[in-house]
Design a protein around this ligand. Structure first.
Ligand SMILES: [Zn+2]
Length: 425
């Protein structure tokens, strides 16, 4: 692909301009102080854009680079502590926003909210005098496969859409209660979400990672086990090819949605050609993430692997150009052993645990700047919830009860909601 000639490049670039809209204009909208004490800064765009955001210290500032946009007018914002100044400049077809700050802040990665007439680009910050550098949470998009009118694979007593939602909720809970992570649910309940909306919503939510959870069925009930997939136009095996085909035909919206994206959405297909380096990095990182999840699945005594290595298939939901994305087939609900495993909470919890530990190990290898993983922490901090028991927490994180007691000096002591405990993983 590196050798493609100039004329193709120009044609593709023109297409992107037309589809994505080179006229995507950015303007400053407002700064408001929220009840939470956070400052909310809002910009407007005409369409969803490709963003890259990061914070720098000394002097403290947050930078948002926005691709393929221009400024509607010069940005002039009023100063509200801890914001010293908001400035913006055009660099080629991109805009760089710099928010100069007084001291360090906890910031939420910018996200985009689509309205009828515009897209709001939102950033929230909070001054924290205890922090010596700017920090944000790692955002994990959890995509429970199928939902609503689309049941996915249908087993004897089991629908794929129910299994995927229950695993997704397990994973959500673990991420929510672990410091430094923030889960976002692409499908929070039994609703229908079209495939294109799934990765589009992950982009709008500013996701650092995207995991799509599935459970398949096959005409031969002997076929069993889990697999982890990364996007590729060419399937790596016959199973992969069959699976991506069934996933497509199972979802009634897929065929009709292709090529009919809302113009205010971001065109991943066109962008893939233009931002080739970002796309190649995404595939590499997705493969690392898939390997980390598979490593954990192999530790799980209940889950058998259908394929021992990373599989590649044309799953549309994975096609974001820059968000590492994997699809997990947690098992075949057409197989009696797998169905039994996925019907029970314990079996589903093990899948969620493998995904969580896989994600955590991924960030150990690929630490995100400005997050708690940057300084390679030796442990995580988990906040005890009402109803938690140590034995369950131990299962959730793949450690033993004795280890949790030892690490936290819990001998003869009870745990209480709100308490933070250290878990070395
Ligand atoms: Zn599925």
């Amino acid at each position: 692909m590196k050798k493609f000639n100039r004329s193709i490049f120009i044609i593709l670039f023109c297409c992107l301009g037309r589809v994505e809209g080179a006229s995507n204009l950015l303007a400053f909208k407002s700064i408001t102080e929220l009840e939470s004490g956070n400052l909310k800064v809002v910009f407007t765009l005409e369409q969803v854009a490709l963003l890259n955001s990061y914070a720098l210290d000394d002097p403290s500032r947050i930078v948002i680079d926005i691709k393929n946009v221009s400024l509607r007018n010069p940005i002039a914002a009023s100063k509200i502590s801890p914001i010293r100044l908001i400035r913006a400049s055009e660099i080629n077809d991109n805009v760089r926003i710099v928010i100069d700050l007084k001291g360090s802040v906890f910031w939420k990665k910018p996200w985009q909210v689509k309205h009828k007439d515009r897209v709001d680009l939102i950033l929230e910050i909070k001054r924290d005098k205890a922090m010596d550098k700017n920090l944000r949470d790692i955002i994990v998009a959890i995509d429970a496969g199928h939902g609503g009118k689309d049941p996915g694979a249908v087993g004897k007593n089991l629908l794929e859409k129910d299994v995927t939602l229950l695993i997704a909720k397990e994973l959500e809970r673990t991420l929510r209660d672990t410091d430094g992570y923030r889960p976002v649910m692409i499908r929070p309940d039994n609703r229908f979400v079209a495939l294109d909306d799934r990765y589009q919503n992950a982009r709008k939510l500013g996701a650092d990672l995207f995991v799509s959870i599935h459970a398949d069925a096959f005409r031969l009930s002997s076929v069993k086990g889990s697999s982890v997939y990364v996007w590729s136009e060419e399937a790596s095996s016959i199973t992969a090819e069959n699976l991506s085909k069934t996933e497509m035909t199972k979802n009634p919206e897929v065929g009709s949605k292709i090529g009919k994206l809302d113009v205010r959405d971001f065109d991943e297909d066109a962008a893939r050609t233009i931002y080739q380096i970002a796309y190649e990095a995404k595939i590499t990182n997705s493969t690392i993430l898939a390997e980390k999840i598979i490593q954990q699945m192999k530790r799980d005594p209940f889950t058998k692997m259908h394929k021992p290595g990373v599989e590649f298939a044309d799953f549309r939901v994975l096609k974001s150009i820059d968000i590492p994305s994997v699809l997990i087939e947690s098992g075949f609900i057409s197989n009696p052993d797998d169905a039994k495993r996925l019907e029970g909470k314990a079996g589903r919890r093990m899948i969620a645990r493998s995904i969580f530990l896989g994600i955590h190990n991924y960030f150990k290898e690929k630490p995100k700047p400005n997050t708690f993983m940057t300084d390679s922490p030796k442990n995580i901090e988990y906040q005890i919830q009402k109803g938690d028991v140590i034995s369950e927490i131990a299962i959730r994180f793949g450690v033993t009860i004795d280890e949790i007691i030892l690490w936290n000096n819990l001998n003869n002591k009870s745990i209480y909601p709100g308490q933070k405990i250290k878990i070395f993983i």
